[in-house]
Design a protein around this ligand. Structure first.
Ligand code: ADP
Ligand code: ASP
Ligand code: MG
Length: 424
């Protein structure tokens, strides 16, 4: 007997038929004698709709947030998961399974105060463990918890993955299964590259990079938690027949295991390609080249919670001036320009230029640590396709390249093939 947390994403619970299908997956594990807790997302499209409603509201006078009250945002967007948790509990009951729904505040899943992007601080798993021991299935609303202000808090988009891994850690589950609309983690987004291959295993560090660099199959924070708490996490499909052979395999269920790199026997140099759309580039021209200039630029941006990513600096020939170029999410451009204009006197630049609609394509693999020349082959391959590189950043296990938006798919496919990742 094992203890299993099963998470079902938005497409897996998109309508009543699919919710019944999910219930069959849960029933399979319950019938096998396992203790089960389930985490659900909202029906696909629901959270977007709710977010849209919030953005459609007028700004409150005197509100501290520039657009709306983030606590009310959370109250609204958390509601999608309330619905699916109740519906799944009913579906399970109709199959004779003892089940009940749990909202984040009922467990409670305690978070910090960062409404809209809250972090889980603590989960008391005792009551769920006790009830699992009595054969009850907990159906937990993902994406939500309760903040120190006693208000509903949400965990950022894609946050149900994080709810699931955090609950798995809290109830000391043997396994956390993330069920989604693909049957595992692929070498790149299979929607962009049909030749992408499913990975049997991927190391925590690589999955962390893949997720942070745009592969939204798992929320970044969920991978961090799985790594820290050593949660055995599988990504697998809810769209396969719940009772097909092997679906209930305890040690090797179909899908991709996220694990320590030591567990991966055949390590490739490059494991995967990720991409992130909607990047923007901002350049400050003719900035005085003196100590403190970077702090004067990036300090105020950080204070405004703007996430600066790639940074490139070019010194002019006489060494007295520099161009500073960096990327931010496209959605933060307006805010960034305002912050920089306000800091103009202190920084001392001539002009600001910006460009939106760029894409960051990244090559990821732990094998890069011990292999030279990986970056060079990416640059050559992109050049051969006439793709211009606007900025580059590298770390031990990844290379990120900024390019023009329209070239995104071509770049992903080109790199995928250059590193031998294409399905044979
Ligand atoms: P869910 O609603 O189940 O949480 P998501 O849409 O958040 O599902 O994540 C699944 C999607 O992630 C897939 O449909 C796929 O298009 C996308 N994806 C991006 N990169 C990858 C990758 N490397 N492997 C698998 N899926 C990926
Ligand atoms: N429903 C939330 C979202 O769409 C959380 C999730 O699906 O993981 O972001
Ligand atoms: Mg998701």
């Amino acid at each position: 007997m094992a203890r299993i947390v099963m998470k079902f994403g938005g497409t897996s619970v998109a309508d009543l038929d699919r919710i019944h299908n999910v219930a069959r997956h849960v029933k399979r594990e319950v019938d096998a004698g396992h203790e089960v807790a389930v985490v659900v997302s909202a029906m696909s499209g629901k959270t977007n709709e709710l977010v849209g409603w919030v953005h459609g509201m007028p700004k409150a006078t005197g509100a501290s947030s520039p657009f709306y009250d983030a606590r009310e945002y959370d109250t609204i967007v958390a509601s999608g998961e309330q619905v699916t948790s109740g519906l799944l509990a009913i579906a399970l009951q109709s199959m004779g399974i003892n089940a009940r729904s749990w909202q984040g505040w009922q467990i409670p899943i305690k978070t910090d105060n960062a409404h809209g992007a809250a972090r889980i601080l603590d989960i008391n798993g005792d009551e769920i463990i006790r009830r699992m021991g009595e054969g009850q299935v907990a159906v937990v609303a993902g994406f939500q918890g309760i903040g120190p202000d006693n208000r509903v808090a949400t965990l950022g988009r894609g946050g149900s993955d994080t709810s699931a891994v955090a609950i798995a850690a809290a109830v000391k589950a043997d396994r956390c299964d993330i069920y989604t609309d693909v049957d595992g983690v692929y070498t790149t987004d299979p929607r962009i590259e049909p030749k992408a291959r499913r990975l049997k295993k991927i190391a925590f560090e690589e999955m962390l990079e893949m997720a942070s660099l745009g592969a939204k199959v798992l929320q970044v924070r969920s991978v961090e938690l799985a790594m820290v708490h050593k949660v055995r996490t599988f990504v697998r499909s809810s769209f396969e027949d719940p009772d097909a052979p092997g679906m209930g395999d305890l040690l090797n269920p179909p899908g991709t295991l996220i694990c320590d790199e030591e567990e991966i026997v055949e390590q490739e140099v490059v494991t995967g390609i990720a991409y992130a759309k909607d990047e923007a580039q901002i350049s400050l021209r003719r900035v005085a080249d003196r100590p403190g200039v970077s702090a004067a630029i990036f300090g105020p941006l950080a204070e405004a919670h703007i996430n600066v990513d790639m940074i490139v600096q070019n010194i002019s020939e006489d060494g007295s001036k520099t161009d500073m170029t960096f990327t931010v999410p496209s959605g933060d451009v307006e805010k960034s320009l305002k912050v920089l204009e306000a800091a103009k006197e202190k920084v001392g630049f001539d002009v600001i230029q910006h460009e939106t609609g760029l894409v960051k394509v990244s090559v990821i693999g732990i094998g890069m640590r011990s292999h030279a020349g990986v970056a060079a082959s990416a640059f050559r391959a992109l050049a051969d396709k006439g793709i211009n590189i606007k900025a580059i950043t590298t770390s031990e296990i990844k290379i990120s390249i900024l390019i023009d938006g329209p070239y995104a798919e071509l770049a992903v496919r080109t790199l995928h093939s250059v590193y031998g990742l294409d399905k044979k």
